[in-house]
Design a protein around this ligand. Structure first.
Ligand code: SAH
Length: 393
């Protein structure tokens, strides 16, 4: 590994790296290394080797760690990592499910890389310059470990600009030219557009929460707000009296309709609305729905947007509560990592205070095991999911 540039970190910053945190901030470097952004670096503290990572001078996070060992970063390195992740994750995969997150970036030891598996299609995102430079090795490793039908890239992510990349590539990296994949999740079927869908095409992180929701949806009249392609709606429609799906995206609403048909659910045209949820909630007749799901996109991409995010969450949760009848169910989720569990509970509480009701937590859930966070890296914890019941005072 003689060719990898060595960098020195300050000894008082050793603790967090030894604890397994994958980030080294620029302030922890003994001096600025003379190495190109995106290069592999060997991290040392004096003569002690801490591992190998990749470097970027443009971001506060100077180094993201790939391994604590001195080992070759080649296709086999990736193939071995992928095989282990595959084995461990498939062990817990629910029956009649063929889609899961194979690689969850830092939380799975591979900073900057997301890989979602949709049946035999793998969809990747390269978030960082360092991981982007390793793309050919990543693809080779994926092919070795998964034998996929196709490897697709969906690096149309805003974060690449901050890394110093000015392109957002989308396309086929290996194998067949796929656009749409049919997946099975807990026995339900979904069409996933891996090229034009949002993110990698589907929100796999709500899989277990969708399943958990079914018991509460029985016999209810339900409004699924921010429904995307109908993840929650399809599950709920198997037991609910009626399900109305609302999403601002027309193509998503169209997919929602198609997913209803695919699962043999009745399709009433007026139950699929391409509308802004803020307007929908404002216009909703009180008592029209006795169950409302709120699963909005992230409202804060950084800490500066936190205040606005809190406001937006409080608005939609208060509105929904105001319109629910006594005994109504509010399912409220947040994927904004800057809004942590305790802030989100405060938002829900404030919403119940605003609407003068009591809110009881029936169930509180997080992200599933294939989107893990490890305890040395709490930054990977992001998903909140509450099932609440409105009690009139
Ligand atoms: N619950 C979904 C995932 C929701 S993702 C699932 O389980 O698959 C968030 C969705 O909110 C996206 O589909 C996006 O199009 C939609 N969205 C964003 N802003 C919106 C708004 N103001 N009104 C309605 N939908 C919105």
């Amino acid at each position: 590994m003689a060719s990898i540039f060595p960098i020195q970190i300050k000894s008082d910053r050793l603790k967090s790296i030894l604890a397994g945190h994958p980030w080294i901030f620029s302030g922890a470097l003994a001096r600025r290394p003379d190495v190109q952004d995106g290069s592999l670096v060997k991290v040392l503290c004096g003569s002690q080797l801490l591992g190998i990572g990749y470097y970027n001078s443009r971001t506060d996070i100077a180094v993201r760690m790939l391994t604590p060992r001195d080992e070759a970063i080649d296709a086999n390195f990736f193939a071995e990592r992928f095989r282990l992740l595959r084995r461990r994750k498939e062990e817990w995969l629910p029956s009649r499910t063929n889609a899961y997150r194979a690689v969850f970036a830092e939380s799975d030891g591979l900073p900057g890389l997301i890989v979602d598996k949709y049946d035999r299609t793998l969809v990747c995102q390269f978030h960082t310059l360092g991981m982007n430079n390793l793309k050919p090795l990543v693809v080779e490793g994926l092919v070795k470990a998964f034998g996929p039908n196709s490897v697709v890239e969906r690096s149309d992510v805003a974060i690449r600009v901050m890394e110093g990349m000015d392109d957002k590539p989308v396309g086929i990296l290996s194998g067949a030219d796929v656009k749409e994949v049919e997946i099975e999740e807990n026995g339900f079927k979904f069409l996933v557009h891996v090229i034009e869908g949002q993110k990698t095409g589907f929100f796999l992180d709500q899989r277990e929460n969708r399943q958990a929701l079914v018991r509460y949806a029985k016999g209810r009249t339900l409004a699924n707000c921010f429904s995307y392609t109908g993840g929650f709606s399809v599950y709920a429609a198997s037991v609910a009296k009626r399900v109305v799906s609302v999403d601002i995206s027309k193509p998503a609403t169209e997919y929602c309709r198609r997913n209803f048909r695919l699962n043999g659910h009745a399709v009433n045209e007026e139950d699929f609305l391409a509308q802004d949820v803020f307007d929908f909630l404002k216009e909703m007749q009180p008592g029209a729905f006795d169950m409302i799901i709120l699963d909005p996109p992230s409202f804060a991409k950084n800490k500066k947007q936190l205040t606005n995010a809190i406001k937006a969450y409080t608005t939609i949760n208060s509105k929904a509560l105001e319109k629910l009848p006594d005994g109504g169910i509010l399912v409220s989720s947040s994927c904004t990592s800057h809004v942590d569990q305790s802030i989100f509970i405060k938002i829900l509480h404030q919403s119940s205070v605003n609407t003068r009701c009591t809110l009881k937590v029936l169930e509180s859930r997080e992200q599933p095991y294939d989107h893990p966070y490890h305890l040395s890296f709490p930054e990977g914890r992001y998903l909140k999911f509450f099932v609440l019941q409105k009690w009139a005072r």
